[in-house]
Design a protein around this ligand. Structure first.
Ligand code: NAP
Ligand code: F7E
Length: 348
């Protein structure tokens, strides 16, 4: 019989890659989605074909990390073997604007799922999406599983609660619960307000004349950036290990925002200094200056390693966004021609 996984945050970057990965492994996947006034399943539409087909292995259920009753019902009804808790208000800058909401979803949401597990009387394996933001104002470099936390944002404080409550349920109730302390991971599916994707979207639109400027904040911050597809493998590997534990997942290389700009604009033969302007709106009240992870433990125990390096990551994002920009340009000129046709100006 196939294994059953439940994924919160299935419509996000990681949720979509993880779901692809689990379906390929033969899992039945249940995903929790939120009701929205517009469609929010773009990243998983290609996986969700015919919900009425008898062999459909992906099912979407309405629920919310802020709504215990929906979580209790979903867990009772689905009885998953593995739960991946990826749902979160995941934007660090935004967490300063909506700290209380971030604490509810990103922090307390985790204990709501853990309690729903107890309520349902089941013993699934549990993955918690922890973050390198826990290290914040780092006390040592590189950061390992033993590095003390120093959270620097409401988001990171919420993730600290989620981290410790996951450890506590492992120790209190013998739950197979793991924290994946993942460093930044990006992709062609990354949300467009995170700096990597904001840069690749803008650089490619500038290249095609669709945009003039790119406004950014602190260019000196350094991040250990990996490829999201590589990182979802690690989530699964943690739940297949003999013992539940916590792991740092990182590439072991760090780069500044300036270096990201060099690589992205350079790939398009552009000089970013001609297009980038600093807008203090994008500064954060407290910044995380440097992140650099040491994933020796994951490499040794799980046999995990990243496959895509920084240069390849930036290039694959730029190539993808260049295609998007070409489509945008083509549909714009089609639109212009259609308008001209209606008004009788279309001469070609
Ligand atoms: P993402 O693209 O922002 O996706 C977040 C997901 O959470 C979306 O599916 C979102 O649904 C869902 N969500 C938000 N609020 C919810 C709520 N109240 N109830 C249920 N679901 C809710 O994030 P990601 O980059 O895939 O990251 C996945 C997880 O890993 C997050 O927990 C993030 O904090 C953590 N993390 C990410 C990184 C990284 O570099 N990407 C690194 C470390 C840890 P909607 O589509 O409806 O908004
Ligand atoms: O910022 C700087 C910004 O928003 C990276 C989330 O997935 O990874 C992510 O959090 C850096 C920061 O990611 C802009 O100040 C400059 O130093 O892309 P980001 P993040 O804050 O590192 C961690 C691991 C998570 O867990 C989170 O969920 O880039 N930066 N100018 C900017 N950042 C943004 N967003 N926009 C700018 O214009």
């Amino acid at each position: 019989m196939s294994k059953r996984a439940l994924v919160t945050g299935i419509t996000g970057q990681d949720g979509s890659f993880l779901t692809e990965f689990l379906l390929e492994k033969g899992y039945e996947v249940y995903g929790i989605i939120r009701r929205a006034s517009s469609f929010n399943t773009d990243r998983i539409n290609h996986l969700y074909q015919d919900p009425h087909a008898p062999d459909t292995r992906l099912r979407l259920i309405y629920g919310d990390l802020n709504d215990s009753s929906s979580l209790n019902t979903i867990l009772r009804n689905t009885q998953p073997d593995e739960i991946y808790n990826l749902g979160a208000q995941s934007h660090v800058r935004v967490s300063f604007d909506i700290p209380e909401y971030t604490a509810e979803v990103t922090g307390v949401g985790t204990v709501r799922i853990l309690e729903a597990i107890r309520e349902a009387g089941i013993k699934p394996k549990f993955y918690q999406a922890s973050s390198s933001e826990l290290f914040g104002k780092v006390v040592e470099s590189p950061q390992t599983e033993r590095t003390p936390f120093y959270p620097r944002s409401p988001y990171a404080c919420a993730k600290a609660y989620a981290y410790y409550i996951t450890v506590n349920y492992r120790e209190s109730y013998g739950l197979f619960a793991c924290n994946g302390i993942l460093f930044n991971h990006e992709s062609e599916r990354r949300g467009e307000t995170f700096v990597s994707r904001k840069i690749t979207r803008a650089a490619t639109r500038i290249k095609l004349g669709l945009q003039d400027k790119l406004y950014l904040g602190n260019l000196d911050a350094k991040r250990d950036w990996g490829y999201a597809r590589d990182y979802v493998d690690a989530m699964w590997l943690m739940l297949q290990a003999e013992e539940p534990d916590d792991y740092v997942i990182a590439t072991g290389k760090t780069h500044s925002i300036r270096e990201f700009l060099d690589e992205a604009f350079g790939h398009l033969d552009l000089n970013w200094k001609e297009y980038v302007e600093i807008d203090p709106r994008y500064y954060r009240p407290t910044e995380v200056d440097l992140l650099l992870g040491d994933s020796t433990k994951a490499r040794r125990v799980l046999g995990w390693e990243p496959k895509v390096n920084f240069k390849e990551l930036v290039r694959l994002m730029v190539e993808y966004d260049l295609d998007l920009a070409r489509h945008e340009k083509a549909s714009r000129s089609l639109g212009e021609r259609a308008i001209s046709a209606e008004t009788g100006w279309w001469e070609t």
